[in-house]
Design a protein around this ligand. Structure first.
Ligand code: FMN
Length: 276
């Protein structure tokens, strides 16, 4: 599928075919796509644990269940917990990775000269600051990049996904044997959609001009209607939700999957104010 079409077709899928397993090789493709995402200094902080529902204990399923995840948790056969590991930045890791980029001939022109510049100008500034760097917004952005690429790979394989709010480390960490330095970022459900591929239409967003600017904040980046038309043809911009038959589709799915009418999973997570 073309990139724009994948981007346009993607939606958060909240209903899956519970009887249809996800092939392990498709999950591997998702992880490989994620592993190839851009990341700060090639440090690679994003980690994931794949959880197969049929192998998970009730305790595990309870612990990973986010407040707004009833349908996903009831129906998806696979989940991926995406997390960040602070230790990826430990000590000289970032400096060594930068030097490795020079050795791979990805930065700088001359390997020796680039190594010398990194030693002289970057090591003093960054060598001591790895703990701050490990929790800076840029480091977390790496996880987002990885998740986005894995999501695209899932869609290319005919799978649907939904991201869900951060589970609570105190429950999930020990159950998954996560190191103390792990910071869980989000849980992703993965499976074959029980919804039509349109899933009720494309989720609407604020206008482009409200979000993006040119030269300075507040000067809207003007949308060119000709480009919009082109993107409609390419499949990126699609009919907005809700499509007229969405209500009927939702009733049909809920009936077929024997789901209760429930959005939020009752429990302490709700009281904590977590949400989507
Ligand atoms: C970090 C993150 C956390 C989210 N948490 C939840 C969640 O807990 N439950 C849920 O149903 N959807 C969740 N979503 C999905 C968003 O609600 C959804 O992406 C948004 O409404 C846009 O719709 P779309 O993904 O269909 O384009 C989350 C999305 C992200 C990126």
């Amino acid at each position: 599928m073309e990139v724009m079409q994948v981007l346009g077709n993607r939606r958060s899928i909240r209903y899956y075919l519970p009887h249809r397993p996800v092939e392990r090789e498709k999950i591997q493709k998702m992880l490989e796509a994620g592993r190839r995402a851009s990341c700060v200094g090639n440090v690679t902080v994003a980690r994931a644990v794949v959880i197969w529902k049929d192998q998970a204990s009730d305790e595990m399923m309870k612990a990973i269940t986010p407040p707004i995840g009833y349908q996903q948790m009831q129906t998806a056969p696979c989940f991926i917990l995406w997390y960040h590991d602070k230790m990826s930045y430990e000590g000289d890791k970032w400096i060594n990775n930068m030097k490795e980029l020079a050795t791979q001939r990805r930065i700088g022109e001359d390997v020796e000269k680039t190594h010398a510049i990194i030693e002289k100008s970057l090591r003093p500034a960054f060598g001591a600051a790895w703990e701050q760097m490990a929790v800076a917004p840029l480091a977390f952005m790496d996880v987002g990049q990885v998740v986005a690429q894995a999501t695209m790979a899932a869609w290319d394989e005919g799978l649907g996904t939904c991201l869900m709010s951060s589970p609570r480390i105190e429950q999930i960490g020990p159950l998954l044997n996560l190191p103390d330095t792990a910071i869980p970022v989000c849980l992703m459900s993965v499976g074959y959609p029980a919804e039509s591929w349109e899933a009720g239409g494309q989720t609407s967003r604020p206008p482009l001009e409200d979000l993006f600017f040119e030269m300075e904040h507040g000067k809207p980046f003007k949308s060119d209607p000709a480009v919009v038309e082109e993107l409609k043809k390419d499949g990126l911009i699609q009919t907005p939700a809700p499509l007229p038959w969405r209500d009927a589709e939702l009733k049909y799915i809920a009936h077929a999957l024997n789901l209760e009418f429930q959005l939020a999973v009752p429990g302490p997570a709700q009281e904590n104010g977590d949400g989507s």
